[in-house]
Design a protein around this ligand. Structure first.
Ligand code: SF4
Length: 445
């Protein structure tokens, strides 16, 4: 649903067009080319102390486009195009790694996302890893995540990932039903999930995550129960559950749109149903010993960490490399150029390929962190006071009162704790914590 103002809470519960998920703050539509100077200056400033630094690498290739996907991905590139892209990606990593900001800093986490990183062949991956490591040695990193699409995996490809030091494999399952995978445009087959998962376990990766989506087109209670049962059989270390959105510019947003009305038709469940599915999943996972650690994740072992998410949400610097990627440098958000030609052209000229930026004030950094960390289900007042000199429970007293009155949260140690209904719908409540000047936008992205 497009988040515009506080009246959004009263909006009907149909799954309308637009983004619901709050991935960052301020909304991307406030990031502008005019702000690039501040980001470029940050890159030239050495960083004192041990502030974490992360690296994200975007591999924008997929076998086919899922009907709900709004990411920058390509399904028509050949081996030569891929070589060209990987060479540009390496050049970009080299440029950033040579900046004063990166000097003498180890890398805390590396994340290969997409797109489909596992679309690359084992040989392409081995070359890519060798070249990244030449500029950004990652042997001391706490976490190396690699996103995989089940149908692209072969055992030898996974062996290459294991040998390279990947610690966290994230498997894009989304659903176990052959019919739903097909109607939602996924490229993989149900049986490929089990085959890939078996290899992943045999090879002993330290952490395996499975992504699911609650509310794919044609989802039903019976099928969802079956999905959760199959998930429990696999027993991954982490389960991530997203609620289906219908962003603009997807196949579904066009296929399902009713002419003359900005609301989609079709069998996408409404928000209360999707929340009920997530609630059911978490209850089943908890019965099996899992711990819910955020609005979207449950982990088998309560001490399991997700370094990429937790560091980013607490303000870590991250070089976001690849076409259209998002990063954070020295207190400024940045996004790369988002077309193939523009991205390759800039890197070819030896330029950092940034398109737009947003330098955050100290207050905005605090607000951002409060918004993102609430997605973990609580605020720790002492932690905020130590790092920001402000307690969000006091700073946001009025919206906190609202959440408490609605039964979504309670004021209790360590500061504020969301109820399960509050956690499952946290994203729709987050705009009430936005600064007034960031509430009046038509599109989040
Ligand atoms: S695999 Fe992921 S990135 Fe690729 S089209 Fe599907 S949703 Fe988009």
């Amino acid at each position: 649903m497009a988040m515009v103002n506080l009246d959004e809470d009263a909006r009907q519960e149909r799954t309308g067009l637009g983004n619901y998920f709050v991935a960052n703050y301020p909304p991307f539509s406030y990031w502008k080319p005019d702000h690039l100077g501040a980001a470029r200056e940050a890159l030239q400033r050495p960083v004192a102390g041990d502030k974490p630094l992360g690296l994200y690498l975007h591999i924008p290739f997929c076998r086919k486009r899922c009907k709900f996907c709004y990411f920058r991905v390509y399904t028509d590139k050949n081996a030569g195009d891929i070589e060209t892209y990987v060479a540009a990606l390496m050049r970009e990593v080299e440029l950033l790694a040579a900046s004063p900001m990166a000097r003498n800093r180890g890398v805390e986490f590396v994340y290969f996302g997409g797109g489909t990183p596992s679309f690359l062949s084992a040989a392409q991956l081995e070359r890519l890893f060798a070249r990244v490591k030449a500029h950004v040695p990652w042997s001391s990193a706490a976490e190396i995540t690699f996103e995989c699409e089940p149908g692209t995996l072969q055992r030898h490809k996974l062996e290459a990932l294991r040998a390279a030091g990947v610690t966290r494999v994230s498997l894009g399952v989304e659903n176990f039903s052959e019919a739903l995978l097909k109607s939602n445009g996924r490229a993989h087959l149900s049986e490929e999930i089990f085959r890939a998962y078996g290899w992943i376990r045999e090879l002993g990766f330290p952490q395996v995550n499975i992504d699911l989506i609650a509310g794919m087109l044609d989802e039903s209670w019976d099928n969802w129960r079956d999905c959760i049962a199959k998930t429990l059989e696999l027993a991954p270390d982490c389960v991530t559950i997203y609620q289906m959105e219908l962003p603009y510019n997807t196949v579904f947003s066009k296929e399902l749109r009713v002419i003359g009305n900005d609301e989609p038709a079709g069998a996408v469940a409404d928000w209360p149903t999707k929340r009920a599915w997530v609630d059911y999943a978490y209850k089943e996972l908890e019965k099996a010993g899992y711990t819910v650690t955020s609005a979207t994740t449950a982990v088998k072992n309560a001490s399991t960490r997700f370094v990429y998410r937790d560091s980013l949400w607490r303000g870590a610097d991250m070089f976001g490399t690849g076409v259209a990627s998002f990063g954070h440098v020295g207190g400024a958000h940045v996004q790369n150029l988002d077309t193939w030609e523009a991205y390759l052209g800039a890197v070819d000229k030896g330029e950092v390929p940034w398109a737009r930026a947003y330098p955050l004030s100290e207050r905005e950094r605090f607000v951002r962190e409060a918004i993102l960390l609430l997605k973990k289900g609580y605020w720790d007042s002492a932690d905020f006071l130590a790092r920001h000199g402000r307690d969000p429970v006091a700073e946001f007293a009025a919206p906190v009162d609202d959440l408490v009155a609605m039964g979504m949260a309670s004021r209790q140690a360590p500061g504020l704790v969301l109820s399960r209904p509050g956690l499952i719908q946290v994203d729709r409540m987050l705009p009430r914590f936005f600064e007034p000047e960031h509430r009046n936008y038509k599109r989040y992205t």
